[in-house]
Design a protein around this ligand. Structure first.
Ligand code: MLC
Ligand code: AMP
Length: 502
């Protein structure tokens, strides 16, 4: 019986007798070594009681073992649930409560904070440190380096990734083997990835971009990955000459451009620079081409759909656009229930094998975004230019994207509004030179209360991942509202637009 993801991405490793992962220190893992690691982790998860269909939640630093944990989870028919390493115990408590995983793999250094949360949610804890320390590798050491994967159907779930909801509570996007594989196959072909490529991988692997767009594509194409713990500018500049491709969020590119060491010589052997997860400014695109001669290829995706559109590999990679729908993906622009012709602005909807199976245990939320005929309402505002290039012009959803991470204001507003001296709050994204957008809070004090903005932010910080914490706040007499009484966040964004800009 087949296991689609294992068969396509991981089984071939056993005969790829060459370096598959190269680490920052130059050490390598060959295909058979990585495959043996996956086998042992599969045995370890099974020994710990994980069955097909179980969720395995993972909040660990990026490492070959972490990547192998993803592969092992999918190979035993379980469902991989990666969690941002910045999440606090309060946030983790929500995810474990919603997904009820069988196992929770966390950093041994955070066991004191997390063991109680995991126990309360009935998840058995295994630990994995950045250098492979912890109980998981101990358990894996006793396992064979061969194993039989569990049979899976294409529509069986391979992963659940949380993407916060506009109402503040994150939703678990359910992704099937077929969702992920169909997208990886299209991207390998569209972006010309081959066994000759070396992907410089500096993204986290707890989100779609680093896990599915980068890792799945490289594995499927049999490309090698220079597998870095994260984006460190000096390391990326040092290793660029050894790579052929880089995938990054716009912050990667603005940071590279801010460093005079980035030049044509350093990037001469590079084949492809890809950007996504957040808007790439047209001037960044132009400056990058002037500096290096490379035209960045921008693409557009989501946790719920993986990649939707891409600029062409051959042909005009148009700055300020996200290109055309991928082969097999339908796209339309909708406004007031009808499709908008070229040039008109509306909400982007997509349909195709890449579109997820719905939100975990949230049928009503699923029905709000996923139409019965398969069209998914992205919440992004877009328009098609005369040549059919898609431009993302805004968001219908209340979303901030900071350095490529999504932040939903509601989650922060609920915490601020619960403070004794706060009457109400509005959280907005303001232009930020490094992260693209920065989180900012506008507060109204309760009658008679003297509200210190810094104290308010400090009070909510412990419950929020660092990247969600507002980087600034102001107290105002009242919030601007429209005639319907809805807070006008666009007015706030205009009023405070220069807050983070030098
Ligand atoms: C780190 N910090 C951030 C931040 N990243 N704050 C806001 N937004 C972020 N994105 C905090 C740090 O905790 C630190 O806090 C301070 O800001 C300075 O950190 P830094 O050293 O500058 O951050 P760094 O570690 O360099 O990380 C920046 C980054 C990282 C851009 C490399 O954010 C990153 O890897 N982003 C990629 C996100 C991603 O993979 N997105 C894909 C989503 S999937 P303090 O208190 O210590 O000073 C998706 C679908 C698709 O969107 O289309 O791909
Ligand atoms: P996530 O839910 O983390 O997958 O984030 C998906 C969101 O990121 C999309 O709905 C868009 O709002 C945004 N996004 C992804 N790629 C791009 C891009 N190239 N340009 C602008 N926004 C993007």
């Amino acid at each position: 019986m087949a296991n689609p993801m294992y068969d396509a991405l991981f089984a071939p490793l056993s005969t790829r007798d060459e370096p598959v992962l190269t680490l920052a220190d130059g050490s390598v893992l060959t295909g058979p070594q990585l495959h043996a690691l996956i086998a042992r982790l599969a045995g370890a998860f099974r020994a710990a009681g994980a069955q097909p269909g179980d969720r395995i939640a993972v909040q660990v630093a990026k490492s070959p073992e972490a990547l192998a944990a993803y592969a092992a989870t999918v190979a035993i028919g379980a469902i991989f649930l990666p969690l941002n390493t910045a999440y606090t115990p309060a946030e983790i408590d929500y995810f474990l409560g919603n997904a009820t995983p069988r196992l929770f793999l966390c950093d041994p250094a955070r066991l004191a904070d997390l063991a109680e949360v995991a126990a309360a949610q009935g998840a058995e804890v295994l630990t994995l440190g950045p250098a492979g320390q912890g109980s998981l590798m101990q358990l894996a050491g006793a396992q064979p380096d061969q194993f039989t994967p569990a049979p899976r159907e294409p529509h069986d779930l391979a992963a659940i990734l949380y993407t916060s909801g506009t109402t503040g509570r994150s939703k678990g996007a359910m992704l099937s083997h077929a969702n992920l594989l169909s997208n990886a196959e299209v991207l390998v072909d569209l972006w010309r990835f081959t066994a000759k490529d070396v992907l410089l991988h500096a993204l986290p692997i707890f989100h779609t971009h680093g896990l599915f767009v980068a890792s799945n594509v490289a594995l499927l194409a049999r490309s090698r990955m220079i597998f870095l713990p994260g984006f460190d500018l000096d390391t990326v500049l040092r290793l660029l000459p050894q790579a052929t491709a880089l995938m990054g969020v716009p912050t990667f590119y603005t940071r590279l451009l801010a460093d005079p060491r980035l030049d044509r010589r350093l990037t001469a052997q590079m084949r492809l620079f890809i950007s996504g997860s957040a808007p790439l400014l047209a001037e960044t695109h132009r400056e990058f081409e002037q500096r290096t001669g490379h035209r960045i290829l921008e693409r557009y995706g989501m946790t719920e759909t993986n990649m939707n559109t891409s600029n062409p590999y051959e042909g005009d990679r148009r700055a300020g656009t996200v290109g055309f729908p991928l082969p097999g993906v339908e796209l339309r622009i909708m406004a007031e229930g009808t499709e908008v012709p070229k040039g008109g602005v509306g909400v982007i909807e997509v349909r195709g094998p890449n579109v997820f199976r719905g939100y975990w245990q949230m049928p009503e939320k699923t029905a709000e975004d996923l139409r019965p005929d398969g069209w998914f309402i992205t919440g992004d505002l877009g328009q098609l230019d005369p040549d059919g290039y898609l431009q993302i012009v805004g968001r219908a959803k209340d979303l901030i994207i900071t350095g490529g991470y999504n932040v939903y204001p509601k989650e922060i507003e609920l915490l601020l509004d619960a403070l004794p001296d706060v009457e109400e709050s509005a959280v907005v994204g303001l232009p930020h030179p490094d992260f693209g957008e920065g989180v900012f809070a506008v507060l109204v004090a309760r009658k008679g209360a003297s509200l210190d903005p810094a104290a308010a932010l400090a009070a909510v910080a412990p419950r929020l991942a660092r990247f969600k914490q507002p980087r600034g706040a102001v107290v105002v007499p009242d919030l601007p509202r429209n005639t319907m009484g809805k807070v006008q966040k666009n007015v706030l964004r205009q009023t405070y637009a220069n807050r983070f800009m030098a």
